[in-house]
Design a protein around this ligand. Structure first.
Ligand code: NAD
Ligand code: TYD
Length: 365
């Protein structure tokens, strides 16, 4: 039986990981530590809120004393670190929070983990799993081979630079102090509870508001998309079978140019409207979706500064050593995701207008 501390467990991937974990390991204890920034939402944990094995603590990963207290009080043996500032566009307009949370916050967690697990009277059994991104490897051109774990780090945005710095710190705490660190570098995730500033949920919710679908630059940038539950599954395998001190790439073998994925989402939303007449009444503003003409909302806009052209993950090591293979196909994953947004309007309306705290209070009162 494991006792997990999950940082950022009220965010998109962290919350999906907590759902996954409690469903697969119902006897394990999970403590979520989350500062509930704009991206964190306690309502993301609603499906598991009544689980006695889940505890939620609102707090900052930079608060080393709090983290030490949680590690001791809950006898935590596994720390899974998701908490981060995660949106590239925000890292361009306001990098400070990325340096603070992603670098200083990770450093603070590593110090707390070292103190509690290594520096006491006896070394305790432990694992520190650090969740990172493929963006630390930089950018690829169309013909380059995909990133392996041996690809040199070459981050290009303040977001990816801050993640790279945190990866190096985690590596150093293993190498120098013997902390049992593993790191996973994953490609772009999609699925339920994805904050609607990111491409896929932005496109779905903009279609439902009949708003333009902004495509940066020529729209030919390529990302590898993975269903979020398959990321949780990959981390599970790393925790079970990964070697400490190692990095593991997790990806979907699923590269899409932005413009094509946007067109695909347009098609899926239109199909839903065509097959379910009640949607036209529910989303009366969605004129283009009702008319079957959502592609007319696509609008090319100024490119993101320093925009990485292509990310692609070679997950051979994770497949060979851990037996990892995504379980969801893109076809089924994206269809489930579109349906989730159509069925959970209250969730995304509340997070988008910033009123989710009011909404959460109503839900929980
Ligand atoms: P997110 O922005 O949806 O969630 C981040 C969570 O961290 C939020 O709940 C937020 O409240 C919390 N948080 C932020 N600052 C905090 C602090 N100082 N103390 C405590 N909690 C804090 O992010 P996400 O998309 O779920 O990403 C989770 C992790 O996965 C990140 O480390 C990110 O770099 C990594 N990652 C994301 C993707 C992706 O496609 N989204 C892909 C690969 C890796
Ligand atoms: P995003 O979801 O922000 O993830 P990341 O930048 O971490 O890959 O963006 C995915 C891709 O979509 C990226 O190439 C930027 C592009 N994009 C747009 O073209 N328009 C948008 O409105 C957004 C948010 C992203």
């Amino acid at each position: 039986m494991k006792k997990l501390l999950v940082t950022g467990g009220a965010g998109f991937i962290g919350a999906n990981f907590v759902h996954y974990w409690l469903a697969n390991y119902p006897n394990d204890k999970v403590v979520v530590l989350d500062a509930l920034t704009y991206a964190g939402n306690i309502a993301n944990l609603k499906p598991v809120e009544s689980n006695d094995n889940l505890a939620f603590v609102k707090g900052d990963i930079c608060d080393q004393e709090l983290v030490e207290k949680l590690l001791v009080e809950h006898s935590i043996d596994t720390l899974v670190h998701f908490a981060a500032e995660s949106h590239v566009d925000r890292s361009i307009t306001g990098p400070d929070a990325f340096i603070e949370t992603n670098i200083i916050g990770t450093y603070s967690l590593l110090k707390a983990a070292k103190k509690v697990w290594l520096d006491g009277p006896e070394v305790l059994e432990h694992r520190f799993h650090h969740v990172s991104t493929d963006e630390v490897y930089g950018t690829l051109s169309a013909d380059d081979p995909a990133f392996t774990e041996d690809t040199a780090y070459a981050p290009n945005s303040p977001y990816s630079a801050s993640k790279a710095a945190s990866d190096h710190l985690a590596r150093a705490y293993h190498h120098t102090f013997g902390l049992n660190v593993t790191t996973s570098n994953c490609s772009n995730n999609y699925g339920p509870y994805h904050f609607p500033e990111k491409l896929i949920p932005l496109v779905i919710t903009n279609i439902l508001h009949n708003k333009e679908l902004p495509i940066y630059g020529d729209g030919m940038q390529i990302r590898d998309w993975l269903y979020v539950e398959d990321h949780a599954y990959g981390i599970d395998l790393v925790l079970q079978k990964g070697q400490v001190g190692e990095n593991y790439n997790i990806g979907g073998h699923n590269e899409w140019a932005n413009i094509n994925i946007v067109k695909e989402v347009c098609k899926l939303v239109e199909n839903e409207f065509a097959n379910n007449e009640s949607l036209a009444g529910k989303f009366a503003d969605a004129k283009a979706a009702i008319a079957g003409d959502t592609k007319s909302l696509i609008t090319y806009v100024k490119d993101r500064p320093g925009h990485d052209r292509r990310y692609a993950i070679d997950a051979t090591k994770t497949q060979n050593e851990l037996g990892y293979k995504p379980r969801e196909s893109f076809e089924t994953g994206i269809a489930k995701t579109v349906k989730w947004y159509l069925e959970n309007e209250e969730w995304w309306q509340a997070v988008m207008d910033g009123s989710y705290q009011d909404w959460v209070e109503k839900q929980y009162s």
